[in-house]
Design a protein around this ligand. Structure first.
Ligand SMILES: *Cc1c(COP(=O)(O)O)cnc(C)c1O
Length: 411
């Protein structure tokens, strides 16, 4: 990264001038905490006692036997409080907000997972929280809206544009313009204007630090490959960064291939080669957009991967060929999910299952002497409706129908 927050030609800070003081304050405190051992210790202490870190690195014996190639290890971010890696970042930024003497955090959320993590850390650390969410996304992910409110956060529906994530980002930025003196913008993924990509990647780096140490202890060696799913890029960078300096470790990101490579049917920016460089939402990266620079609709069975942009850090690492980016389709993901459940007794989130699907597809090119790490970014309990739909489970559909009838009778 250069001094202006560019990773190669990606990144930068494209924000209204009025936000410059807020961004420079953030940069200054971020620089300070990097060399402040007390801050990191306090951060890790809460992660340990509140969220349950370190998360285990589980040897996947059933899957390893099934494929008969590399030994498979699973990094268990699903065991964090709130069920995913997002709390690593939300907690770090909330502590940073307190250090900057802010009393309030705002956030955008698409699928709602980042909104829930933000609501949780705000409750824990005594901060006010306002979460912006597109009206359309609120309809699709109502359970998360329910939880955010129960944790005491204010959820603001966004009725502009397509009423989804990118509109929520614009609204949150608008709020920040008038509130930054008291308010920290708690960005959910390793995207957005500098220094957010670096800041989020920094807090998520705990995943790879733990995983490397754990694998060295268990196997005495480094993995030959590390897999992670890629939405905005935070869990992937979280697990990749620690291995970046070892050229023998191949880093593989897996995007949402949706229904396949037709435009609009997926959320793959890099693997399908359809995204173009653009500037939006405060930074420069590869966006799925049309010739006029309008963002295209994206689709994935996994709501958390359904994003038009990608971390500028990952866009650059892919250009440099340090990270290989693949895509897994919905069908591959549902098949991989069934395999993980029956062979391991684990339920990865549909997002995380993309990493499994990507790994399974090419595991025959590894040997029994290799180890691979798959980052399980979150747990799949939240996905029960989509999983049942993906599996075409008629008994479940009938159950929901009966519930609905009961509910209507009770009214
Ligand atoms: C939000 C989410 C993702 C995608 O976000 P990244 O920033 O790309 O990590 C992946 N997995 C889970 C479980 C999520 O909740």
């Amino acid at each position: 990264m250069n001094a202006d927050g560019y990773y190669g030609s990606f990144g930068g800070t494209f924000i209204p001038e009025i936000l410059y003081p807020a961004i420079s304050e953030l940069k200054e405190h971020f620089e300070q905490i990097k060399s402040d051992a007390d801050f990191w210790n306090r951060y890790y202490e809460i992660l340990r006692n509140f969220s349950g870190r370190p998360t285990p690195l589980t040897y996947a014996e059933g899957l390893t036997d099934h494929f008969g190639s590399a030994r498979i290890y699973i990094k268990r971010e699903d065991l964090n409080h709130s069920g995913a890696h997002k709390i690593n970042n939300a907690l770090g930024q909330a502590l940073l907000a307190k250090r900057m003497k802010k009393t309030r955090v705002i956030a955008e959320t698409g699928a709602g997972q980042h909104g829930v993590a933000t609501a949780i850390v705000a409750a824990k650390l005594g901060l006010e929280a306002t979460i912006y969410m597109g009206r359309e996304d609120m309809e699709r992910q109502y359970a998360n809206v329910f939880w955010m409110k129960r944790f005491g956060a204010q959820v603001v529906p966004v009725d502009f544009g397509s009423r989804t994530l990118k509109d929520a980002i614009n609204e949150a930025l608008r709020d920040w313009v008038s509130s930054f003196e008291t308010t920290h913008y708690l960005m959910g993924t390793a995207s957005g204007p500098h220094p957010f990509p670096a800041l989020v990647a920094y807090f998520q780096s705990i995943i790879g630090k733990e995983a490397k140490e754990q694998l060295l202890e268990l196997e005495g060696k480094l993995p030959s490959r590390v897999y992670a799913c890629v939405g905005g890029g935070s869990n992937a960078l979280g697990v990749f960064q620690e291995f970046m300096v070892y050229p023998e470790v191949e880093l593989v990101g897996v995007e949402a291939g949706g229904r396949g490579p037709e435009l609009g049917a997926h959320a793959s920016r890099i693997a399908y080669g359809q995204a173009k460089v653009g500037i939006a939402q405060g930074f420069k990266t590869l966006f799925l957009q049309n010739d006029e620079g309008q963002m295209l609709d994206t689709y994935s069975v996994a709501a958390g991967l359904d994003y038009t942009g990608i971390s500028p850090i990952l866009a650059n690492l892919s250009e440099l060929r340090r990270v290989r980016v693949e895509a897994a389709t919905d069908d591959e993901v549902i098949a991989a999910l069934q395999l993980v459940m029956t062979k391991e007794g684990l339920v990865p989130a549909l997002e995380s299952t993309h990493a499994f699907a990507g790994a399974f597809r090419e595991i025959s090119s590894t040997s029994t002497k290799d180890c691979i790490i798959i980052n399980m970014s979150g747990r799949g309990d939240k996905d029960i409706f989509n999983i049942a739909e993906g599996l075409k489970d008629d008994e479940w559909t009938a159950f929901i129908g009966r519930k609905q009838q009961q509910y209507e009778r009770a009214r």
